[in-house]
Ligand binder design. Structure first.
Ligand SMILES: Nc1ncnc2c1ncn2[C@@H]1O[C@H](COP(=O)(O)OP(=O)(O)OP(=O)(O)O)[C@@H](O)[C@H]1O
Ligand SMILES: [Mg+2]
Length: 345
């Protein structure tokens, strides 16, 4: 892939990514003036439509590469989708993409046919939109206290000047690093919670733009999210307890979901599965941990109260926080959404 200062997809002046970063950020480079001279003057290039950039971003693989899909992606979705899922196909985890489950602001989820060795007929792939088109919720609040993760899920060393400077300067490469890190946090959180006995999808694999996990649902439909389901009282009480068991399990691993609500809980055959973890916050390193937890519990209680369960969100949060105290710092009373708006970087 090639990079350009001003427009990542529209590379008129192209060079290899490594060459670019060596030229601009090489910490051994002392001749700053010469370096500045060589730095290309950013030029205003005409804006290209999102679809065209999507096509240019994707590696040039396609149906001729042997990856046929039953699902017919839109013309502009195809290259991005296939290149994002290609490594799962090559690893013999999936054999086909069968349907789109949901197209979201941040990612689209697809039902894939699993390879016979997987042991279940389907897998779900969550394909993140290209970094520049993701409607980023303001993630600074959640990233506080988290490490930056590589595509292999390992933390980036803060002594890695090349990456740290790229992130600081928000270069194309730096933004890609943050994009991958965001996704790898989702994957690592799934791994941690799944192995701890959490009601979360089983993670199967991750790539730079996608995660692969167990699929909940059947060939006709994916599991509905809880907000679309009406429960009877007995069922609601059991499921409420199960959500709280999971919140507690997360706290035992210093984690808070950060976007927990009925919209991110799937229900299938009386079993719930909690999804959507990229913003999971570290309760022992994030000074907003208390507020993030409080909002999660309030949103969960909103739904279950609507199903007839009596809940006291403040009492639940205080009980959890007293047993799993996290880091203190932020103003507990302040509104988290106001903070999200304030902390735009
Ligand atoms: N493992 C899964 N099995 C079945 N369906 C899933 C799975 N994971 C996600 N989905 C479906 O895909 C939708 C989007 O997933 P997710 O919430 O992780 O992404 P998102 O980008 O946050 O989307 P949104 O903005 O709609 O919340 C879910 O609401 C759910 O309907
Ligand atoms: Mg979601």
């Amino acid at each position: 892939m090639t990079r350009n200062d001003t427009c990542p997809g529209a590379c008129e002046h192209q060079e290899d990514e490594t060459e670019y970063y060596e030229r601009v950020f090489d910490p051994m480079q002392t001749d700053r003036r010469a370096r500045r001279k060589r730095k290309p003057v950013p030029r205003q290039l005409p804006k290209k439509p999102e679809e065209q950039i999507m096509e240019e971003l994707a590696d040039p693989i396609g149906l001729e590469g042997g990856f046929n899909t039953t699902y017919r992606p839109g013309q502009h979705e195809e290259q991005w989708l296939l290149s994002s899922l290609r490594s799962f196909y090559d690893q013999e985890l999936i054999t086909d993409v069968l349907a789109q489950v949901k197209g979201g602001k941040e990612a689209s989820v697809y039902r894939c046919a699993a390879h016979p060795t997987v042991g279940s007929p389907f897998l779900a792939s969550k394909v993140y939109r290209p970094r520049m088109f993701r409607t980023l919720r303001n993630d600074a609040v959640y990233r506080q206290g988290r490490q930056i993760l590589t595509a292999e899920g390992r933390p980036v060393k803060t002594t890695d000047h090349r990456i740290m400077r790229a992130i600081g300067k928000k270069t194309v490469f730096g933004v890609q690093v943050m994009h991958t890190s965001w996704l790898m946090h989702e994957y690592n959180t799934l791994e941690c919670l799944y192995h701890a006995g959490g009601a979360v999808p089983r993670p199967a694999a991750a790539s730079e733009n996608a995660i692969l996990m167990s699929y909940h649902g059947d060939a006709q439909m994916a599991a509905p999210t809880l907000n679309t389901v009406r429960l009877d009282y007995g069922e609601a009480v059991l499921l409420f307890r199960e959500v709280l068991r999971n919140v507690e399990l997360m706290l035992q691993h210093d984690l808070i979901h950060g976007d927990l609500s009925a919209y991110n809980v799937l229900l299938w055959e009386n079993e719930l599965t909690i999804i959507d973890f990229p913003q999971a916050a570290n309760s022992c390193a994030n000074t907003e941990a208390y507020r993030i937890l409080k909002r999660d519990i309030e949103r969960v209680c909103d739904y279950f109260e609507g199903q007839g369960v009596r809940c006291d969100p403040s009492a639940i949060v205080d009980d959890l926080w007293s047993r799993y105290p996290g880091v203190e710092g932020g103003d507990r009373a302040a509104d988290l959404s106001a903070l999200e708006a304030l902390s735009l970087e």
